[in-house]
Design a protein around this ligand. Structure first.
Ligand SMILES: Cc1cc2nc3c(=O)[nH]c(=O)nc-3n(C[C@H](O)[C@H](O)[C@H](O)COP(=O)(O)OP(=O)(O)OC[C@H]3O[C@@H](n4cnc5c(N)ncnc54)[C@H](O)[C@@H]3O)c2cc1C
Length: 371
């Protein structure tokens, strides 16, 4: 059988490559970048992401390098608690909830993978037949593959090359991420919700806090705000935990939030996984968990089915309902946050939060109950 081509050595691509290597299945892993690179922010991993890393045999390393959290707090901009929930009760306590610098997670996944990654490589052209996919790479080289797995992120070039729906939904939100040094002994993840902006403080180590800020921004004017000086006026009426965090922020990563609009999963022998399939706002922090669930499902189906076409059909059947729900729920939470722009919307949003509990915890309970 021809090898499997994995496009993109991010979280999804590396996880799949590791699993195929463990199963002695032939693959080629290509990566557009010239070398490993990673942004200097944090990443939060709910229980299903930890379960996914356990399946890859990486849980011990993860637990060593990450910080466990035990509850989620939602507060008003003045710091007054709106609602909170423990992560220690079923169904949330199947695994730990942890967080760590993103670079640490990537180091864990990249370890031993350099030799099997072809850097500076992209697909230039792709042609499908019933039996295989013929791929021409940017260097002019050609290859025949039994399956192409696109793990090339939310702006997937493979999706644009092969699939019909190329547009992403623009959530009209600008976000900023940075890590500060601060004692985290008494800190549990805290989300401050104000008007149509919000700020999260999430401990990722004994002396490191990952900060995430977002603001509804239909015109994109705030994406040019790049440092603490710019951010300060947007959060000037927030409590000191927030304003003090911004005051010491360095190297801020700025981005806009998008969601994959298409619900196409595969076409012929080209399959999407990870953010290429279900990239969406990080409201539920499901990016890694869902990517690892994709990998586990695909590997199981490839082992069970000799016929790749039926493996792909079953993958779609098993994954799509959960994926669609996560995208829609993540979008809904972002829209709920934006409701605070006007007083009446703020009152409704805060009422919903007080009544139901933290929006992400409510969604996690549903996700971890229905596997
Ligand atoms: C603001 C923000 C905060 C987030 N926070 C969290 C969080 O706390 N927890 C969580 O679980 N998730 C979070 N996510 C989501 C998470 O980052 C993604 O789900 C995750 O990175 C997806 O991994 P991936 O491998 O699918 O894609 P990516 O990480 O985007 O990796 C894609 C890889 O493909 C490569 N590539 C791209 N194009 C090509 C090409 N044409 N050819 C070859 N290679 C290519 C890229 O260089 C990259 O290495 C967040 C996302 C955002 C936007």
């Amino acid at each position: 059988m021809n090898p499997i081509l994995i496009v993109g050595a991010g979280i999804a691509g590396l996880a799949l490559a590791r699993q195929l290597r463990d199963n002695d299945q032939e693959f080629v892993l290509i990566e557009k970048a010239a070398t490993w690179r990673c942004e200097g922010t944090g990443i939060c991993l709910p229980a299903n992401a930890v379960a996914g890393l356990e399946k890859l045999g990486l849980k011990e390393k993860l637990i060593d390098r990450s910080h466990q959290v035990h509850k989620i707090v939602f507060a008003k901009s003045n710091g007054k608690t709106l609602t909170q929930a423990s992560l220690s009760n079923p169904p949330l306590n199947q695994q730990a909830f942890v967080a760590l610098p993103r670079a640490e997670l990537m180091n864990i996944l990249q370890a031993d993978m350099e030799d099997c990654t072809r850097f500076s490589t992209e697909i230039e052209h792709l042609e499908q037949s019933d039996e295989h996919v013929e791929v021409t790479f940017n260097h002019g080289e050609k290859g025949l593959f039994s399956l192409v797995v696109a793990a090339d992120g939310i702006h997937s070039a493979t999706r644009n090359l092969v699939f019909d729906e190329k547009r992403l939904d623009n959530l009209e939100v600008t976000n900023w991420r940075f890590i500060i040094e601060q004692d985290t002994r008494n800190l549990q993840p805290t989300y401050y919700v104000g008007k149509d902006e919000a700020f999260m403080r999430y401990p990722i180590g004994p002396n490191q806090v990952y900060c995430y800020a977002q603001k509804h921004d239909s015109t994109g004017r705030y994406k040019h705000y790049r440092d603490a000086f710019d951010l300060k006026p947007l959060f000037s009426n927030y409590c000191s935990e927030v304003t003090d965090s911004i005051a010491i922020a360095k190297s801020i990563t700025v981005s806009r939030l998008y969601s994959v609009r298409s619900r196409e999963v595969f076409k012929g022998r080209v399959l999407l996984i990870g953010d290429a399939l279900h990239g969406c706002p990080p409201s539920l922090q499901q990016g890694v968990g869902m990517a690892l669930e994709d990998v586990a499902c695909l590997v199981k189906l490839l082992r069970k089915n000799h016929d790749i076409t039926s493996a792909l059909a079953q993958f779609k059947q098993q994954r799509l309902p959960r994926i669609s729900w996560v995208i829609e729920e993540s979008n809904r939470v972002i829209k709920l946050a934006a409701k605070g722009k006007f007083l009446i919307g703020r009152l409704i949003r805060n009422f919903i939060l007080r009544k139901n509990g933290p929006a992400n915890v409510v969604a996690w309970k549903k996700l971890f109950t229905e596997k």
